[in-house]
Design a binder for this molecule. Structure first.
Ligand code: C2E
Ligand code: CA
Ligand code: CA
Length: 761
């Protein structure tokens, strides 16, 4: 036992020694490699660090530039009646000290004179700089303007030329320089512990700010001239000349130099704006600090061990930080994690704040949907879709102006709050948005551009609801496809749509009650056999009776809504049972009767218990075989003709006839028609509508009739209103017509009278 323990001890010691030697060997290897590489490593690090700082500054500048462009757009769209109104707007809206990210102060310039924002002439104007930029009509960043007397802060100035403004040729806006790099910067300076110093200088080389100073050796003050000062400190004019040249060439470069026996790296880079160098960024650090390599073995091991431990600690800290970060991303339910855009709740909050801040301004809420979103998603997958949406979003964000915002609802639907001044400007904005989206395409999507359509709600309607409700109403406008669009493919919420929304609310609130109280009434529209002139069956059509006004609501109003809220299933069942009841009553009371067609919605027919219900009901009322025809719409046949074929087969087995309704109204496919064993073909009104009379049209109608006959179907033409249409159909060999010419849909008592008169027994 003890022997075994000894053995384990020895083995573990040997293993430990081996690990130890391994570490030592690796350390030495690494040490020699490092020694060789130390200079290029230092040069590389200097360049990398400087580039990161540049990227950060560049991003800050880009953000600013966007803000400035929005201001330019915004003020160009304003109309001012007098100078005071312009000054007010300039001070209150543009330079609003309460608004985050607004300019700190501003001046304006007209006819060669510069004025402060309060309208008083500015005596120290640097006129030449401004005049050269005003005519270019381009927003121009002047870079950092040294400390301003009025506010004593370093500022970045922009010249913003205006269009057709009576009171100013251009604005000059000043942002605080330190604002450019946001406080929550990703650039973790502690990642570069070896940096002795980094500094930002203006284009002219004037030191503006220090990022970090750990060594007093390089004591540079703001307002000193960087190249002069560096020449004095380093004492190598050639080197500094080279640095200057590299900065102006726009490249980031690192240089090695020696000072007081120590090695240093100096890296320099420039940031450009409108093609002009705006800033210079310079970092300096000691090369020895990168790899402080001791000469003795113990030093080396110590350094390596410390590095090793630091690495482990670093890894631990990193993993904790990233874990926190991931958690933060997960917890942030307000922002869409992939698109990086406000979700509905956050959008509503932001939009609400904007509305409160601007009570006198009219805004529009716009919902914009991607055309064929579901289909594209299915075809291309989520990654490609989001990649496309992201590009579209980035462009749309750029199109926003001051005090406007954007959000993402779901399923390719964006939402905007934008200013609404008049229809003309709105039209332009929508056109712009549509063009921006259209400039992009989904990857793998055969190059088709991304199309948007949607709805608009404007806050100038008298009763302004909350943002959530406004979004809902903009969506109602989008969905009100029975009305024409107002701006390209966008529809504005208006009185008519408002009425239909109110009507829809009424429908949804009252439908259950109406069904219980038997307010849905079945009308019957007789069909006529062309050859015999006799009644050739009828179609059951539902109406909603409103006892309060003693009038009927037409199915076109409520059926589409019932199809979206599934109530159509209950209604179809109700209509079918009413029809069965009517047939069985008529037989019992020896009243006249004819075969009846019943409409069945796609939703109803897709229910798992569809067949069971219709078959049971037919049995319950003892209805004769082939007396009832079920009408399916063509769109259903197109979408799901395989399952429809199974349904038809079952219906046939149980004594029903089947008809395909509205044929020709959608994507007619003769192949599908051949595949489906239908008994009847009902041609849409479209075939005989006015203007449908040239030779080609007649050929189409005639061949469709021929096709129906060839497939042994009864061909019925709907919507026949004139004797000319009747005669035409007769000449083409159509079997049956249905339409106002023969009879309107009739309430049951009138229908019975009609049959009596036609002597149908
Ligand atoms: P549909 O099945 O195509 O019905 C024919 C429609 O054309 C009926 O409209 C009818 O009143 C109308 N019509 C008949 N003759 C003429 C004519 O000569 N000229 C014109 N302009 N129109 C004519 P209605 O009753 O308003 O029904 C509209 C639609 O509502 C129906 O179209 C059908 O799709 C649906 N529907 C009606 N009742 C039901 C039902 O019980 N269940 C389901 N799922 N849908 C129904
Ligand atoms: Ca029908
Ligand atoms: Ca029809």
């Amino acid at each position: 036992m003890s022997n075994k323990k000894e053995l384990i001890k020895v083995i573990s010691r040997v293993l430990l020694c081996m690990v130890f030697f391994l570490i030592i060997t690796i350390s030495f290897g690494a040490l020699f490699m490092y020694k060789d590489d130390v200079e290029s490593e230092a040069l590389f690090r200097g360049k990398y660090y400087t580039d990161e700082m540049c990227a950060l500054y560049q991003e800050g500048l880009d953000n600013h530039r966007r803000k400035v462009l929005r201001i330019q757009d915004d003020i160009n769209q304003q109309e001012f009646t007098d100078r005071q109104e312009f000054l007010d707007y300039f001070n209150r809206v543009i330079i609003s000290s309460e608004t985050d990210g607004a300019p700190k102060y501003g001046r304006f310039y007209i006819d060669g004179v510069e004025y402060k924002s309060d309208g008083v002439k500015y005596e120290e104007s640097e006129n030449s700089k401004i005049t050269s930029n005003v005519n270019s009509h381009e927003v121009m960043c002047l870079g950092v303007i040294g400390s301003d007397r009025q506010f004593s802060v370093e500022t970045i100035a922009y010249i913003v030329p205006l269009k057709n403004n009576e009171f100013a040729d251009c604005l000059i806006l000043f942002y605080i320089e330190t604002e450019i790099v946001p406080e929550d910067t990703d650039l973790d300076l502690s990642k570069f512990p070896v940096s002795e110093m980094s500094l930002i200088a203006s284009r002219e080389g004037e030191v503006l700010s220090f990022i970090e100073v750990t060594n007093n050796q390089f004591n540079l003050h703001t307002h000193s001239l960087i190249y002069d000062k560096l020449t004095t400190i380093i004492g190598d004019k050639d080197l500094i000349d080279e640095v200057t040249r590299s900065v102006y060439s726009g490249k980031t470069q690192s240089f090695l130099f020696k000072l007081n026996g120590a090695n240093y790296v100096l890296s320099a880079a420039s940031i450009k704006n409108n093609g002009l160098t705006t800033f210079t960024i310079i970092t300096i650090f000691s090369v020895d600090n990168i790899h402080s390599i001791g000469s003795s073995l113990t030093d080396t091991v110590l350094v390596l061990l410390i590095t090793f431990s630091l690495l482990i600690i670093g890894l631990l800290v990193y993993s904790i930080i990233t874990r926190n970060k991931i958690q933060r991303i997960k917890v942030d339910n307000d922002t869409h994690s992939v698109l990086n855009i406000a979700k509905e709740e956050k959008f509503i909050k932001t939009a609400n704040d904007i509305l409160i801040r601007n009570p006198a301004t009219t805004f529009a809420i716009i919902v914009a949907d991607i055309k064929h979103y579901e289909y594209t998603l299915e075809q291309l997958g989520e990654d490609n879709i989001f990649d496309g949406l992201k590009r579209v979003k980035n462009l749309l964000v750029k199109s926003l102006q001051l005090e406007e915002t954007i959000g993402y609802l779901n399923n390719g639907r964006f939402v905007f709050l934008i200013h609404y001044r008049d229809d003309e400007i709105l039209q332009e904005r929508i056109k712009h948005m549509t063009l921006l989206a259209g400039s992009q395409a989904f990857k793998g999507g055969k190059g088709a551009s991304i199309n948007i359509y949607g709805g608009i709600y404007s806050t100038d309607r008298k009763i302004t609801p909350n943002v959530g409700k406004m979004i809902e109403l903009a969506i109602s406008a989008e969905n009100a496809t029975e009305y024409p669009c107002d701006f390209l493919e966008f529809r504005m919420y208006n009185e008519t749509i408002h009425e239909s929304v109110v009507q829809n609310d009424y429908i949804e609130l009252n439908m259950e009650h109406a069904l219980e109280h038997k307010d849905f009434k079945v009308f019957f529209q007789p069909k006529q056999n062309i050859a015999t002139g006799l009644v050739d069956g009828c179609e059951a059509l539902v109406r909603w009776y409103n006892p309060e006004i003693n009038d009927y609501m037409q199915p076109g109003v409520f059926i589409p809504l019932f199809e979206s809220n599934m109530f159509i299933i209950k209604l179809d069942h109700y209509v079918f049972e009413s029809v069965c009841e009517y047939i069985s009553d008529a037989i019992e009371n020896s009243m006249p009767l004819c075969p009846i067609s019943v409409n069945v919605s796609r939703i109803t027919a897709s229910q798992p218990d569809f067949l069971r219900f219709y078959i049971n009901m037919k049995d319950k009322y003892n209805i004769a075989n082939n007396f009832i025809t079920i009408e399916f719409t063509e769109s259903f046949a197109f979408e799901d003709y395989k399952s429809l074929r199974e349904i038809i087969t079952s219906l046939h087995q149980h004594g029903f006839k089947c008809s395909i309704d509205d044929f020709g109204s959608g994507f007619s496919s003769y192949n599908i028609l051949k595949e489906l064993p239908m008994d009847e073909l009902k041609l849409d009104r479209f075939f005989i509508k006015q203007g449908f009379s040239n030779e080609r049209d007649l050929m189409v109608l005639s061949s469709v009739i021929e096709l129906g006959k060839e497939l042994h179907m009864k061909v019925v033409q709907e919507g026949v209103e004139t004797i000319e249409q009747f005669n035409l159909l007769k000449s083409l060999g159509c079997h049956t017509i249905q339409g106002f010419l023969y009879s309107k849909p009739l309430v049951v008592t009138d229908f019975i009278a009609f049959l009596n008169q036609k002597k149908v027994y």
